[in-house]
Design a protein around this ligand. Structure first.
Ligand code: PMP
Ligand code: GLN
Length: 381
């Protein structure tokens, strides 16, 4: 393989979901819901298929989806984007992340990234030739600290890659952290790429506020989201990016050579979802809050320290008190021991002292499955 792939392992989600299938374990690893999104959205896709919307979509996406994204950003956050030049549709948030990094990062440019990081960030920083500069969110609060952020921003820093609500910790950045990020981004003239795929999946009044809404930020920020999380269609791979035309052009410049354009019949269906099915994610967030509490309560019965998330569908535990120092060894042995799969969060860290003992569990699953998982864990204890 090419040098740009050196050290890049198969993604942990593939590895652990394959393990779950192989061992017939309960999969509390990979984050995908086990109930699909709204039926009317499926119908809208079927209609689009039947209506012959089966040839290439425009590279930037079908007009009604771009317009629906703009309306959504306006309605929820008061952001104003031009659907013709300031929105582009991607094949999931994953392609948006890839295209943003390939379109904006030159070899040896530094990319400041929150750690633990979603695995595609570091793979794509490397493929773009960039250098990652992690800012560690430290347990138990997982806050962005000024000292850590300032230390990570050197003279070669080009881009700041943020994720909130944050996978895997479940943190939702608060006003102080958002202001800090905005201050540092402007002081160092950084482009900010912010992955907000869990924008609607927050709990206990921890409202998500896009970084692009802060003063001086809209002009330097690319915001990424995805229908996968908001509407429980992870397999559709429909995502989007909003931001100033110049930055969106850079994303499109790379995207046109990755996929050229994304799945045509799914796009009008997601436009319909954004316009007509907003109630879905409101109900989903409420359900997830209950499932979170259920999983957290169950995990507390083991001797693990539970870090309760403010958003996303993941909970992080520290398994040291439970007698395990290494989350990877723990997760690899878990299907055999207990018939459960979880994600070793250490793969999202450079600083292993911070992450070696952390395990991520998904609760976007049927209540019965969560309970069965807990039962198995308790029985194996
Ligand atoms: N970013 C984060 C933080 C994620 O958790 C995920 C997983 N859905 C993605 C991006 C990828 O999103 P998509 O499936 O839309 O490519
Ligand atoms: N985002 C999902 C997670 O964090 C997984 C997506 C993927 O498998 N690439 O579990």
């Amino acid at each position: 393989a090419a040098a740009r792939l050196a050290g890049i392992r198969p993604t942990i989600f593939t590895e652990m979901s394959a393990l779950a299938v192989r061992t017939d374990a309960i999969n509390l690893g990979q984050g995908f819901p086990d109930v699909d999104g709204p039926a009317s959205v499926v119908e809208a896709a079927v209609e689009a298929l039947r209506a012959g919307r089966n040839q290439y979509a425009p590279g930037s996406g079908v007009p009604e989806l771009r317009e629906a994204v703009v309306e959504h950003q306006k309605r929820h956050y008061g952001l104003t984007w031009d659907p013709a030049s300031e929105v582009t549709v991607s094949t999931g948030a994953t392609e948006a992340i890839a295209a943003a990094l390939l379109g904006l990062v030159d070899p040896r440019d530094e990319v400041v990234v929150l750690e633990p990081y979603y695995d595609s960030y570091t793979a794509m920083i490397q493929m773009a030739g960039g250098v990652r500069r992690p800012v560690t969110l430290r347990a138990p609060d997982f806050r962005v600290e000024r000292e850590a952020l300032e230390a990570a921003v050197g003279p070669r820093a080009k881009l700041l890659l943020v994720n909130s609500p944050h996978n895997p910790t479940g943190r939702v950045l608060d006003a102080e952290e958002r202001a800090l990020i905005a201050e540092i981004a402007q002081a160092h003239d950084l482009v900010v790429v912010t992955d907000e795929v869990y924008e609607h999946l927050t709990f206990d009044g921890h409202a998500h506020v896009p970084l692009a809404t802060l003063p001086g930020m809209a002009e330097r920020t690319l915001t990424i989201s995805s229908a996968g999380k908001t509407f429980s269609f992870t397999g559709w791979k429909v995502g989007w990016v909003t931001g100033p035309a110049e930055l969106v052009r850079a994303v499109e410049g790379a995207k046109q050579w990755l996929s050229f354009s994304s799945g045509a019949p799914l796009q009008p269906a997601i436009a319909h979802a954004l316009r007509q099915e907003e109630g879905f994610h409101v109900a989903l967030a409420a359900e997830l809050a209950e499932k979170r509490d259920r999983l957290c309560a169950g995990l507390r019965q083991l001797d693990v320290d539970v870090h309760v998330p403010q958003g996303t569908y993941f909970v992080t535990t520290d398994v040291r008190r439970y007698g395990h120092a290494d989350s990877r060894a723990f997760c690899l042995a878990l299907p055999e021991r207990a018939g459960v799969v979880a994600i070793p969060s250490q793969v999202f860290y450079d600083d292993l002292d911070e992450g070696r003992h952390l395990v991520r569990w998904a609760f976007c699953k049927d209540t019965g499955l969560i309970d069965a998982g807990i039962e198995r864990l308790l029985a194996a204890d």
